[in-house]
Ligand binder design. Structure first.
Ligand SMILES: *Cc1c(COP(=O)(O)O)cnc(C)c1O
Length: 367
């Protein structure tokens, strides 16, 4: 099979060293292995700028959605009410989770190309005093928009709510001062901006709120408190852990620090992203999200005018030349997406744009 690089929002292209870490079958109850888990938990707290006294990190088997479901189904109690803020498919997924778990909720829907308005959330909380928790996505991977979680955190705190953030596609790629901003729970996963492979999600949460959630979970496997309680002893996971994924993630964290931490990674991603948007613009392809709200992770593009080709044709042409791109996900327009996270550098973006240019020329009968 011909290899290609992923220009998708995760799983993404990982480094050789990260892949090599998985060539070892580690024993799950071995002390060295448990220490790796503890090291990861500590590093995550540092990246989130939180103190160990007030916050804790919990790793959870499964993809990112498992982490979101774990938090929502464990910390929003039977008498609580959740306000979900949605401007994309991942916001809607939280609604799906709430429905499946019988969580009482309201939902504030915003257009996919607009950031949710903190003042509306404030008004919503004032009008419905029953709301105890607010959940929101940071980088909506559906469109590539970067939501203003700081502004929302301010109003949620003023209204005494617990603030839950799905920072799946941003944590590690965009700096988030979790404690300073008053985020109570943040969820992300191994295979996004930290550049590990898929297999677990992680939760950075307020220690007191995790402890308070004892007995509230609606599921056994996703019980956040139970997972934390076991892991907190010495780093042992509650059930079988994805050992190879854990080793790869630990290496990915070390590589991130070598690169210069989150600020350096943010600069590389943003550079990739700006170059991509500039070059695609030269070819007549505009972004779905306006420049002010476009995040540095993934970009949604409209097809060029009178495009006489399908996504499948474009995908195959590009894949044969070494890159995989992503279909569109917004509902009201015909779009496609290109991610620029992972082991991806400006040379890759330039190569991709050359391939795209050639593809358009072939389609226009110029070649
Ligand atoms: C990737 C992602 C998720 C989790 O998706 P999984 O397929 O379960 O890994 C959740 N929210 C956002 C914003 C994401 O980008």
């Amino acid at each position: 099979m011909k290899n290609y690089k992923l220009l998708t929002p995760g799983p993404l292209t990982t480094s050789e060293r990260v892949k090599k870490e998985m060539m070892f079958d580690h024993c799950t109850w071995d002390d060295e292995y448990k220490q790796i888990t503890q090291k990861i938990r500590k590093q995550l707290l540092e990246l989130a700028h939180v103190s160990e006294d007030e916050y804790t990190a919990v790793l959870m088997q499964g993809s990112g959605t498992f982490g979101v479901e774990s938090v929502l189904s464990s910390v929003v109690g039977k008498k609580d009410k959740l306000l979900i803020i949605s401007n994309g498919a991942y916001g809607e997924r939280m609604e799906d989770i709430a429905r499946h778990n019988g969580i009482s909720y309201s939902i504030y829907r915003e257009h996919y190309n607009k950031v949710p308005d903190a003042q509306k959330i404030k008004a919503w909380m004032q009008a419905d005093k029953g709301i105890t928790h607010v959940a929101m996505v940071h980088g909506e991977t559906t469109s590539g928009i970067l939501n203003d979680i700081k502004a929302v955190a301010d109003v949620v705190k003023a209204g005494d709510g617990v603030f839950i953030v799905d920072a799946m596609s941003t944590f590690g790629g965009v700096d988030i001062p979790v404690q300073d901003w008053g985020i109570d729970f943040l969820i992300s996963s191994a295979n996004k901006c930290i550049q590990g492979v898929p297999g677990f999600s992680f939760i950075i949460g307020r220690r007191d709120l995790v402890i308070e959630s004892v007995g509230k979970a609606r599921s056994l496997s996703l019980d956040l408190y139970d997972q934390w309680k076991t892991m907190e002893v010495d780093g042992k996971w509650r059930f079988t852990s994805p050992t190879h994924v854990v080793l790869a993630f630990s290496k990915a964290l070390d590589e991130m620090l070598e690169e210069g931490g989150i600020p350096a990674r943010y600069r590389r991603y943003r550079k990739n992203n700006r170059l991509l948007i500039e070059k695609m613009g030269e070819m007549g392809m505009k972004t779905y999200i306006d420049g002010n709200h476009q995040g540095p992770i993934i970009t949604t593009f409209f097809y060029p005018e009178n495009a006489g080709f399908t996504f499948a044709e474009m995908y195959q042409y590009i894949k044969d030349r070494g890159y995989a791109i992503y279909p569109g996900k917004v509902t009201e327009a015909d779009t496609f997406r290109i991610g620029n996270i992972g082991e991806i550098y400006p040379e890759d973006i330039k190569k991709l744009c050359d391939i795209m240019k050639e593809f358009l020329e072939v389609k226009n009968g110029q070649i």
